[in-house]
Structures are given as C-alpha cells and as structure tokens.
Design a protein around this ligand. Structure first.
Ligand code: HEM
Length: 407
C-alpha cells in the first residue's frame, strides 16, 4: 500500500516537471531534416541541435550530446567522422557538415534490423514505423505498467533486440546486416539504455524509453534528467558487452532435482534445456518464459507443520512447487548432501526417483512451524524434461537467483 502510494506520488511529481526553457519539444515541420537516429532527432526536436536538422557539424553534436544527455566531450566523434568517410553528406560543405536525412543512406551507418525504423527493402528506413516498433515495445513491456518506477532491464533489452533482428531477417528477403552490423544494433540498444539511465535509481525507466524510441522525444515531462555524473565511453562499452553476452548466452532454468543412479536416489542440480524466451501473451508480454512440458494432472498438498515424510520414492515423475514452508530432503547413505528448499520464488523441484529406478527413495522432513503448501504436477506420460546435470547436490543460491534480474 505504502509502496504504491509513493509510486503515485513520484509519478505525479515526475509529470509536473517542466521541460527546460528553450528546449521544449517541437515536432519537425515538413521542411525540417530528420534521420533514422532517435538520439539526434530528439536533440533537434528539443532545439539542442538546430531544429531544421541541417548543416550540422561536429562541435554542434558534441555540445548537444553533453548538454542534453550528459555525455563526456568527444564521445560521438567516430560516428560523425563516419559520415564524412562514407561521403554521404549532401550539404555545400560535405567534409564538415551534414543534414540529418543524409544518415538514412543504407549500408553506411544505417543498417537493416533497426528497432524503430523499417528496412530500406520496404521503402523507408528513416521515419518511425509503428508496425516495426510494436513488437519491440511489447518485448520491452512498454504498453503496460508505465509507472515512473517501472524500468527496462538489460536482459529484456537484449532479448527485444535479438527478437527484432530475427524478425527482420525472416520478413526481409534482402536482409543484409552482417555480423558486425548486428553488433551495431546492440550498440544502439546500449545507447538508449545508457542515455536514459536514471542516476538516482540506476535503472532505465520505461516511460523514458517509450518517449525516446516512440516519439523522438526526451522525456522531460516524465521526469528525465541527464544526472550529474558524466557519461563515459567505458560505461557504454560495458553496457554493450553485457548486452552481447546476454544475447548470445541463452538463459535457462536451474532446479534442484531428485534423480537416481544405480538403483539409488540422488540429489542433483539440473538445467532445463528449453531456454527462456520473451513472452508475447496478453497479460504478460515482455516477461521471461520457459516451457516445462505437459502435465498429466495436478494436486494441491497441505503438509502439517514439523512433519517427517519418511523414506519414500516419487509417486510419478513430477514437478513439485512449494509455495510456502520449509523442506529438508536427504538420500540414504549420503547425509552430507541434504537439500533445503524454502517455499516461494525458488520452491520448484523435479522428482524423478520413482520405484522403477530407485530402491529406497529419499526422505523429506518439513521443519517449518507452519503448514507447507505444495503443488504436485506429474508430467504427461511420465516424461522427464530434457536437462543437463550441472552437478550433484542441490542448486546453490547463485544458480537460481539470477532469474531475479529478469523481472
Ligand atoms: C547523441 C547521442 C546519440 C544517441 C543517444 C543515439 C541513439 C540511437 C539509437 C537508440 C538508435 C537505434 C534506433 C533504432 O534501432 O531504431 C540509433 C540509430 C542510429 N544512429 Fe544514433 N544516437 C546518437 C548519436 C548518433 C550520431 C552522432 C550519429 C551519426 C552522426 C548517429 C547515427 C545513427 C544512425 C545512422 C542510426 C540508424 C542505425 C540503424 O540503421 O539501426 N547517432 N541511434
């Protein structure tokens, strides 16, 4: 109750913040020049760069990136240099200045698979395209829970970019982004996450991302502040590294499991082989979801406080989810390898030590002073989910707590 009250207070405060004088948002007119880059367009829309977006030079970009976004001096020099190296400027001084529209020349700085613009194959790679952005916004969860304290995580951003690249590749027969160009999409993902990083919370608020990517607008009215510390190339590179490793390393669910070897039960840490994906279902878009297979039936179990379940085998190959309470499981002959399971966030285990593979089974004691509530979910046809055994013994906190950063 208290949290949501504070959140509302913050949201109201954020909404009340004015745009800086002289830098109010003004959409481009028909003769203004704009680019495929939301970062530069927003600077022009807020008059940090000339509003007409024409005849821009390096000092102008350098000053605007510092004043509006808090970047250190010199950070964007390599990008501006590329304009002249690719020889894409159409101004009268093409070695010193450029118009924003010049940046739309395909296969120079502009590449296929952008988050907010379509590929040139479909005719327009410069204007915001709602149909391109819709699935990205859905992956980022920008369509719901837009309170001031909701934010885009690095994991979600990496998955959203990965999905956008995969979609662009599928629908565009001329898709030609090379591996290094793919990397540039993660580079621009790092750019928006870092440019819009809220210094106070250390996160990138969703409303700021939505205004920036969706409207080429700096979210002053939603509370955007560039903060007081200078943004650096090193931090931006670190963000890019994190995004790339998240995009290449898929995330998997680790669970403690009761297995069996040589007719005896074992306690092991399993990694379920179907990786997390970004959910697109109504109600939970943008969430991380892993498929755990089909279920035969389901039962709800209320175990008394301080209960000893004795030695027994799993009745079926089944998921067991403890919503509350505390369980301690051991296997005969190996007292050192006990597994404590607490109900709640990490209360999921898989039990596979059925009578056909384990002679004695395992023993579970419920040490809690309250009831332990469990949901039993036997798998369809007694299937065991495809998995890798990470090690013997239960999964440790670090192996399961990583999931927290997904939500
Ligand atoms: C000032 C800070 C800047 C920020 C925050 C920024 C941010 C971004 C973002 C988030 C994108 C991805 C848009 C999308 O995928 O739809 C992007 C794309 C782009 N940016 Fe910037 N940018 C900045 C500066 C620059 C500069 C200095 C240049 C070149 C002079 C530039 C050229 C481009 C181009 C050509 C694209 C399109 C790339 C593509 O095809 O995906 N940007 N930028």
């Amino acid at each position: 109750m208290k949290t949501s009250f504070l959140a509302v207070q913050f949201a109201v405060l954020a909404l009340a913040l004015p745009e800086p004088e002289g830098h109010e948002f003004r959409a481009p007119g028909p003769f203004d020049s704009r680019s495929p880059c939301p970062g530069l367009n927003a600077l022009a829309n807020h008059n940090w760069l000339r509003h007409d977006g024409k005849n821009l030079d390096w000092p102008m970009i350098n000053t605007a990136a510092q004043d509006a976004y808090g970047f250190g001096p010199g950070m964007y020099k390599p990008f501006v240099d590329m304009v002249f190296q690719f020889n894409i400027s159409t101004t009268n001084t093409p070695n010193e200045t450029f118009n924003l529209f010049d940046l739309a020349r395909h296969d120079t700085i502009e590449v296929d698979g952008s988050l907010t613009r379509n590929d040139i194959y479909f005719g327009d790679d410069v204007h915001f395209d709602a149909s391109v952005f819709a699935p990205v916004a859905q992956d980022l969860g920008l369509n719901q829970n837009l309170s001031a304290h909701s934010f885009v995580t690095t994991e979600t951003a990496a998955l959203a970019t990965k999905n956008r690249l995969a979609l662009a590749k599928r629908v565009n027969p001329a898709f030609n982004a090379s591996a290094s160009q793919h990397e540039s999409e993660y580079g621009t993902t790092a750019l928006y996450l870092y440019t819009l990083l809220d210094e106070d919370s250390g996160t990138t608020p969703k409303p700021w991302v939505k205004a920036f990517l969706g409207e080429d607008r700096i979210a002053y009215s939603e509370g955007y502040s560039k903060g007081s510390s200078v943004k650096t190339q090193e931090q931006l590179d670190a963000m890019l590294d994190a995004l790339l490793s998240l995009a290449t390393a898929q995330l998997y669910l680790n669970v403690t499991a009761l297995g069996a070897a040589d007719g005896a039960s074992t306690i092991e840490c399993w990694q379920v082989k179907s990786p997390f994906a970004v959910a697109t279902d109504a109600g939970t878009p943008g969430s991380a979801i892993a498929q755990l297979g089909n279920i035969a039936n389901m039962s709800y179990l209320a175990i008394p406080p301080n209960f000893d379940g004795g030695l027994h085998r799993a009745l079926a190959k089944q998921w067991v989810y403890m919503t509350s309470g505390l369980a301690y499981t051991t296997v005969p002959g190996n007292n050192s390898a006990g597994a404590y399971m607490t109900g709640g966030e990490f209360g999921l285990i898989f039990a596979a030590d059925t009578a056909d593979v384990s002679t004695e089974g395992h023993r579970t004691q419920y040490h809690s002073n309250t009831q332990t509530i469990g949901i039993q979910l036997p798998t369809l046809n007694g299937e065991t989910p495809a998995h890798d055994v990470l090690h013997s013994g239960p999964c440790v906190t670090g192996e399961v707590s990583g999931l927290r950063s997904l939500v």
